[in-house]
Ligand binder design. Structure first.
Ligand code: ADP
Ligand code: ASP
Ligand code: MG
Length: 408
């Protein structure tokens, strides 16, 4: 008997019929003799509707109430799935995050999981029940409802799997695995059979929204075997696991893009110690993550500093930066709310040169201008105008011959 954690995303529970389909799969897993804990997202589109309502109500909604609102979508699906399982003759029980409890820090809308209570889940499993848990939400030490950022149900699932030491965490979605790039953008994208935690971490953090980045961090830290697969067929999906010696090492395993980016430049800042800190500290205090940063070589004692922030935090970040730029006597602030980041990822890059130049040449061949560049051991990212994002992905996918046709 194994302990299986299954997570079903929004499209997999998007209609009553789809929830019935999920219930059948859960029941089958239970019939096979496994203990099953299910994490579900809200029905597709529901969280977007809730976010839109919050933004319609006011420009800067209270963070606490925002989380109270956007977490409600998952309450609907846990109840519906549990009802369906019960109607099929199974014991099932739904739980909201705070009922488990899933304890998080207090960072509203991007809370991190600190601890997961196991007693309720274990007791139900021992009694033969299927446990159905609301993804994306938790509770902080003061009793406030928190949410974990868009796509956060993946993290709920992997964290629950880690806490329970589950044998596998299956992430069911609308594609049958992790592909060399978003299969919606490139038709001949190829399914990856196995991918390392590190590569998946880069792909997720660079925009492959098939897994939320924190879910991969958890999986890596606790060694959770993650299987990404489709809820609409029985095809084997993609295994996310530790790098092992018999894994095929490819130079580039995937291309990702993210339009969730905005760029802010602080111009002509006096070149002296502490100035960068005085811009970035208030941003981090406001829980805004800064991504790509470039600072030019100082001319005449003045620097230009450019960085990217998530587009969802753009307005808030710009307000903070404008305030602090003035305090440090900067010459001005410019911004662009519409940039994208395209990246290539692969562990094979560690030991090969020429990958970055191939990327730059491929982008140049389509006249795509590179605004910023950042690299790590296993990735190269370029910030570009967001209207070229899809084109850039196709060009790079071709340049590195990642598609299925090249192999046939
Ligand atoms: P869910 O609602 O199940 O959580 P998401 O929409 O969050 O699903 O994630 C699945 C989507 O991720 C796919 O429909 C696909 O368009 C997108 N995606 C982006 N990059 C990739 C990739 N490299 N491999 C697979 N899917 C990807
Ligand atoms: N419902 C949440 C969202 O749409 C969480 C999730 O789907 O993982 O972001
Ligand atoms: Mg998702």
């Amino acid at each position: 008997m194994a302990l299986v954690v299954q997570k079903y995303g929004g499209t997999s529970v998007g209609t009553i019929d789809k929830i019935r389909n999920v219930a059948k799969r859960v029941a089958r897993t239970h019939d096979d003799g496994n203990d099953v804990v299910v994490i579900v997202s809200a029905m597709s589109g529901e969280t977007n509707k809730l976010v839109a309502m919050a933004n319609e109500m006011c420009e800067f909604p209270s963070e606490r109430e925002y989380d109270v609102l956007v977490s409600t979508g998952e309450q609907v699906t846990i109840a519906l799935l549990s009802m369906c399982l019960q109607a099929m003759g199974y014991k099932a029980k739904s739980y909201l995050g705070h009922q488990i409890p899933i304890l998080t820090d207090s960072a509203s809308s991007k809370a991190r999981i600190k601890e997961i209570g196991q007693d309720n889940i274990r007791q139900d499993l021992n009694g033969g029940s299927i446990v159905v848990v609301a993804g994306f939400q938790g509770i902080d030490a003061e009793g406030n409802i928190t949410t974990m950022g868009r796509g956060g149900s993946d993290t709920s699932a992997v964290a629950v799997a880690a806490a329970l030491k589950a044998d596998v965490c299956e992430i069911y979605t609308d594609v049958d695995g992790v592909y060399t790039t978003d299969p919606r953008i490139v038709e001949n994208a190829k399914k990856i059979e196995k991918i390392t935690y590190d590569e998946m971490l880069e792909m997720a953090s660079l925009g492959a929204k098939v897994l939320q980045i924190r879910s991969v961090e958890f999986a890596k830290k606790y060694g959770v075997l993650v299987h990404v697969r489709s809820s609409f067929n029985d095809n084997p999906g993609t295994l996310v696991l530790k790098e092992d010696t018999d894994m095929e090492t490819v130079l580039v395993s995937g291309v990702t893009y993210s339009k969730d980016e905005a760029k802010i430049s602080v111009l002509q800042i006096p070149d002296k110690p502490g100035v960068a800190a005085s811009i970035f500290t208030p941003l981090s205090d406001a829980n805004i993550t800064v991504d790509v940063i470039i600072q030019n070589v100082s001319t005449k004692g003045l620097n230009d500093l450019t960085f990217t922030v998530p587009r969802a935090d753009f307005k808030k970040a710009l307000k903070i930066v404008e305030e602090h730029a003035e305090k440090v006597n900067a010459g001005g602030v410019t911004s662009d709310g519409k940039v994208a980041k395209v990246s290539i990822v692969g562990v094979g890059m560690r030991s090969h040169s020429g990958i970055a130049s191939k990327m730059f040449n491929a982008l140049a061949s389509e006249g795509i201008n590179i605004q910023m560049i950042t690299t790590s051991e296993i990735k190269v990212s370029c910030v570009i105008d967001d209207k070229y994002a899809e084109l850039a992905v196709r060009v790079l996918h071709d340049a590195f011959e990642l598609g299925t046709q090249e192999e046939d």
